[in-house]
Design a protein around this ligand. Structure first.
Ligand SMILES: C[S@@+](CC[C@H](N)C(=O)[O-])C[C@H]1O[C@@H](n2cnc3c(N)ncnc32)[C@H](O)[C@@H]1O
Length: 541
């Protein structure tokens, strides 16, 4: 049991050194779920616990007991025991005294069973001596801060409320099962369908009123759902409501040629494939439409392929899938090589600031203000501003590249960011780009972009262009309103815009021809005619 605390403290150190996310730090351990839970709690109470430890002078008086060192290396040349003792200072620290104290202190004060380790384990013996002084330090803090309970000293309470409000969304994977099959399975296993705002228990679910084939369960139903054969057999995919918007809005016909420009891990890609399959009369082995899925990162590409195969979306003989993954940077593609592509999903890398359960807020106590305040002397920009500016430039570049695909009719752009610099501002700049003007791109009207969704773009971020705000979608992290009851419009922070192409005032090839000097060779004319014919065919398709 002592090992569990050492693992948790090591993970905590990694998070505090900013080496990785909270989830990643826990995930390397076999008992990752338990480590994650303790990590979250230790981080949430960190400020309060550190103040209490400081008041009781624990770290000053007992630092040695809480410093966990790596065992000495075992080799043929092992030094005799006495010599090892002398070299103790040179041994590497496995966990810092502070991290060790935090994880133990959490269990000592907030777990009814206290520290789960042998009675004689020195760190446990040492900390238990301070139990009453640590507790009274917390009570003093609680009173000073005007909180009702010691538990209210936990940071990120608002985020916990938000997470509690967010249902566990599942998407019916039509590549593996029909809606009727999933509903029958749920009925057989005593799940009941309730009204959209009444998911009271773990055996209840509601149907999304905005996206077909999407069901909302109580967040506490997650672990039970993860253990069902329905999940294991990929009849269902755990996917947030907002993340289902892009493919649902793109809505490609069964026989369309589609590109997902930025695909991994592939939830939206497989959603696209499922939508196309559900519309088609396609049977195993018959090919119709296709989704080319680009991903530039090698590791993420592997995940993408694995995921697509698992949910039946990979194009392989004898399967339902129609996705062809390609490890490639979308920006290196030549649009004219994709003359038949009519629909595109563009969900590029973003700040991820809308994701509620990223757990980053646990470290915000110290980090956010620092981030906001660190202004680079040369540019006058904060770190955050610089990052958002760079992301915005990259996202704009991706949209402008997408606009060049000759037969493309519809592009859905999305981010899981709450920042206008990655959302409305990028969309407005894209609409004013040379490519939008040349090829006739505009925003699809609200009537084509889930009109029932109540939260639209931020009008303040749109300046004069109020119609932009109306035509795009925003999701507020954790949904609108307050309280901790699951709510069927609660999801991660998200943004979606749908661009459509209408006939350009002047077709690009005519422009090319107009611009060409008189006396062009017959060869060049022939080439132009051929390309024009190809373009016409593609537009008719
Ligand atoms: C937000 S994630 C996409 C999530 C995905 N749509 C889903 O729903 O599972 C963005 C992905 O785009 C990839 N990416 C970023 N720039 C790219 C580029 N220029 N070409 C291809 N992939 C890119 C990133 O590596 C990352 O995996």
């Amino acid at each position: 049991m002592a090992d569990f605390y050492i693992r948790s403290a090591t993970a905590l150190d990694r998070v505090l050194r900013d080496e990785c996310s909270v989830k990643a730090a826990a995930s390397v351990h076999a008992d990752s779920g338990r480590v994650l839970a303790l990590l979250i709690n230790a981080l949430a109470y960190r400020s309060a616990l550190l103040a209490a430890l400081d008041a009781a002078r624990v770290l000053k008086l007992e630092a040695k007991v809480f410093t966990i060192l790596a065992p000495p290396p075992k080799s043929k040349n092992d030094k005799p025991k006495q010599k090892q003792k002398a070299d103790k200072k040179e041994l590497k620290e496995v966990a810092s005294a502070e991290a060790m104290c935090l994880v133990l202190c959490h269990d000592l004060l907030f777990q009814s069973r206290g520290i789960q380790a042998s009675k004689t384990w020195p760190p446990k013996v040492a900390l238990e001596k301070y139990r009453s002084s640590l507790h009274s330090a917390l009570v003093k803090m609680q009173i000073r801060q005007g909180k009702a309970r010691i538990q209210d000293l936990r940071s990120g309470a608002l985020y916990h409320e938000m997470t509690a409000r967010m249902p566990r969304w599942i998407r019916i994977n039509s590549l593996r099962a029909t809606r009727d099959e999933v509903l029958a399975w749920l009925a057989e296993h005593s799940y009941t369908q309730v009204e959209t705002d009444g998911i009271g228990g773990v055996k209840e679910f509601a149907v999304s009123r905005h996206v077909q084939g999407l069901l909302a369960f109580h967040p506490k139903a997650t672990s039970a759902l993860l253990q069902t054969e329905m999940y294991r057999d990929n009849w269902i995919v755990m996917q947030d409501l907002a993340s289902c918007f892009p493919a649902y809005i793109l809505d490609p016909p069964a026989d369309a040629q589609v590109v997902d420009a930025t695909s991994a891990p592939g939830n939206k890609t497989s959603h696209l494939s499922a939508i196309m399959f559900a519309k088609s009369s396609r049977r195993i082995g018959q090919s119709e439409g296709k989704v080319v899925a680009f991903e530039r990162d090698a590791v993420r590409y592997k995940t993408l392929v694995k995921r697509l195969a698992a949910v039946g979306a990979l194009a392989k003989d004898g399967t339902t899938g129609n996705v062809v993954p390609e490890r490639r940077d979308f920006l290196t593609t030549n649009p004219t090589d994709f003359g038949e592509v009519t629909h595109m999903l563009l969900d590029p890398s973003c700040s991820g600031s809308g994701i509620v359960n990223r757990l980053d807020f646990l470290k915000e106590d110290d980090d956010v203000d620092e981030l906001e305040d660190t202004v680079a002397a040369e540019t006058g920009e904060t770190k955050l501003q610089r990052r958002l500016r760079q992301l915005g430039e990259f996202q704009l570049l991706m949209i402008r590249h997408a606009f060049k695909f000759p037969a493309l009719r519809k592009v859905v752009y999305s981010t899981c960011s709450v920042h206008a610099q990655e959302n409305e501002s990028v969309v407005i700049r894209a609409l004013h780009s040379e490519e939008a003007d040349k090829f006739g791109w505009r925003l699809a009207p609200r009537s084509e972009v889930i009109p029932t969704w109540p939260v639209r773009g931020d009008p303040d971020a749109c300046g004069e262009e109020k119609d932009v705000a109306e035509n795009v979608i925003r999701c507020i992290p954790g949904g609108k309103g307050e309280g901790d009851k699951p709510h069927v419009e609660a999801c991660n922070g998200f943004f979606v815009a749908c661009f459509v192409k209408h006939a350009p005032t002047k077709r690009p090839l005519e422009e090319e021809q107009d611009a060409a000097p008189t006396g062009n060779s017959a060869n060049r004319k022939k080439k132009l005619q051929k390309r024009r014919q190809k373009q016409r065919l593609a537009q008719q398709a």
